[in-house]
Design a protein around this ligand. Structure first.
Ligand code: CAO
Length: 440
């Protein structure tokens, strides 16, 4: 059977008329013994009043700003009769019986403090890295900490509910808050805020001669963007091949014909034109997720980013409106923009507005790789070096030497399904294998 109990202000020393600055409970809350009920603050000290009983709060009898003294009624609580009797029995053994208040049920005093099992982490156990997260108000309210520590935690945005107090009965001190914030900061910088173990600091000179070179500004910026994209975009890479034997013959012919005009068309220019057709066929590849992750923004323009290797690092200038430019115009612009990139003459406009990127390592070598999506784009096409290979021809039952171009398409799996990834590269492969289709 449940009984109603009055919870009153316990003996708080010589303090009279102390202000209520925080009320941590509301009617209907289920409370355990020692859960904080209210915070009081005088001009000399701040204190928290813990619950002497476990039960359900029926009514809160004070409000913020009230002045209270020992014996004033704070709240009424519904407690199980057995619990009430047990506490009464314990109190009879350990303390003076509480004074009776006429006309009220028996007031409850906080139990005699007993040392709680230490929640301090063992000396050899490092607390796990923590990830910054918004404050959980319910957990914050229930945490055992003084008002000044609460204020301090609020100022730093630290969630008391996540902090293990090292004080008596797990009380959270100012030092606990500081240690928590320090741990969050260390995890965020050394472990990337991912809750992973920080990278160990190693003095490599212990193992042999070393030389330390500073990273360039481009290295640092690119590194940050690549890291963000690597950890936030769920990547899948689809590998495929295209037979570019005829395309290559056509390319050489074209370059011969336009030699006097200084035109140089590389495989990349064909790839850019082929990408435009593939984007038109599969519009989800020409989209971006909005920051809230609720909508897909589909683009009606065709701007293609091209990764350019420069002495200072990787940059990705964008060639605009590739759908409206001829193959030769795209080829010329590619030469111009990569020259500007290597001369550090790119403007912010050159680097923005891309729909999809191409990373071509074909001029260097390799058979396949897994490029990182240049978010907020949702796909990137990696191109490796074309190789002459014997390919079985079903029509005449013979092997023929064919020039095969390896393609590696990485995409954001939140936006693109595996089946569409494979369809996209098959479509590209067909286009590149048949130059007539490419020109359509
Ligand atoms: N297979 C075979 N040959 C290829 C090829 C391929 N896939 N791609 C290019 N080539 C050839 C070109 O046709 C050219 O040959 P020719 O002199 O006979 O015309 C030669 O290799 C050199 O090409 P290039 O690299 O100068 O020109 P490009 O248009 O292919 O590439 C650019 C331009 C700016 C993309 C390139 O110079 C570059 O910087 N690539 C590196 C990109 C990079 O670092 N990516 C990694 C980023 S991390 O994801």
């Amino acid at each position: 059977m449940a009984e109603e109990k009055n919870i009153v202000v316990p003996d708080i020393g010589d303090f009279e008329g102390v202000e209520v600055i925080e009320i941590m409970v509301s009617p209907g809350d289920t409370i355990n013994v020692e859960d904080p009920l209210v915070s009081l603050e005088s001009d000399k000290a701040a204190m928290e009043i813990p619950s002497p009983l476990a039960g359900t709060i029926r009514e809160v009898k004070i409000k913020i700003g009230d002045q209270v003294s020992k014996g004033d009624l704070l709240a009424t609580m519904e407690v199980a009769a057995a619990e009430s009797a047990a506490v009464a029995h314990q109190e009879a053994e350990t303390a003076e019986p509480p004074e009776e208040t006429p006309g009220a049920t028996e007031p409850e005093q906080p139990p005699t403090p007993t040392p709680a099992p230490s929640r301090k982490p063992a000396a050899d156990q490092r607390p796990p890295p923590v990830t910054p997260s918004p404050i959980d108000e319910a957990g914050f309210r229930k945490a055992h900490a003084s008002p000044s520590v609460r204020k301090f935690a609020r100022e730093l945005g630290a969630d008391l509910g996540q902090i293990t107090g090292t004080g008596k009965k797990g009380r959270i001190s100012r030092q606990d808050v500081t240690a928590f914030v320090k741990r969050v900061m260390t995890s965020a910088t050394a472990g990337g805020g991912l809750g992973v173990a920080p990278m160990p600091e190693i003095d490599f000179s212990e193992f042999g001669d070393i030389e330390t070179q500073p990273l360039t500004k481009i290295n640092k910026l690119t590194g940050q963007v690549l890291h963000r994209n690597w950890v936030t975009v769920p990547h899948v890479t689809q590998f495929d091949e295209a037979d570019i034997t005829e395309l290559e013959a056509f390319r050489r012919q074209l370059n011969k014909e336009h030699k006097d005009e200084g035109v140089r068309v590389t495989v990349l220019a064909f790839l850019m034109k082929a990408l435009v057709s593939a984007l038109k066929e599969y519009p989800r590849f020409n989209s971006s997720l909005d920051p809230g992750g609720e909508n897909l923004v589909l683009k009606k323009y065709f701007h293609i980013g091209v990764a350019v290797d420069t002495p200072d690092g990787l940059v990705v200038p964008v060639i605009r409106d590739c759908d409206r430019k001829s193959l030769i115009e795209v080829a010329n612009e590619l030469i111009a923009v990569s020259a500007r990139a290597r001369a550090k003459k790119l403007s912010p406009a050159d680097l923005s507005g891309g729909c999809i990127s191409i990373s071509s390592l074909g001029g260097i070598g390799g058979t396949a790789f897994t490029p990182i999506v240049n978010a907020p784009e949702v796909a990137i096409l990696g191109v490796s070096r074309a190789q002459m290979r014997p390919v079985y021809q079903e029509e005449d039952g013979e092997f023929e030497p064919r020039l095969i171009l390896p393609l590696s398409l990485s995409y954001d799996h939140r936006v693109i399904d595996g089946a569409d990834g494979a369809r996209f590269t098959s479509f590209l492969s067909k286009l590149l294998s048949d130059t007539r289709r490419l020109l359509l």
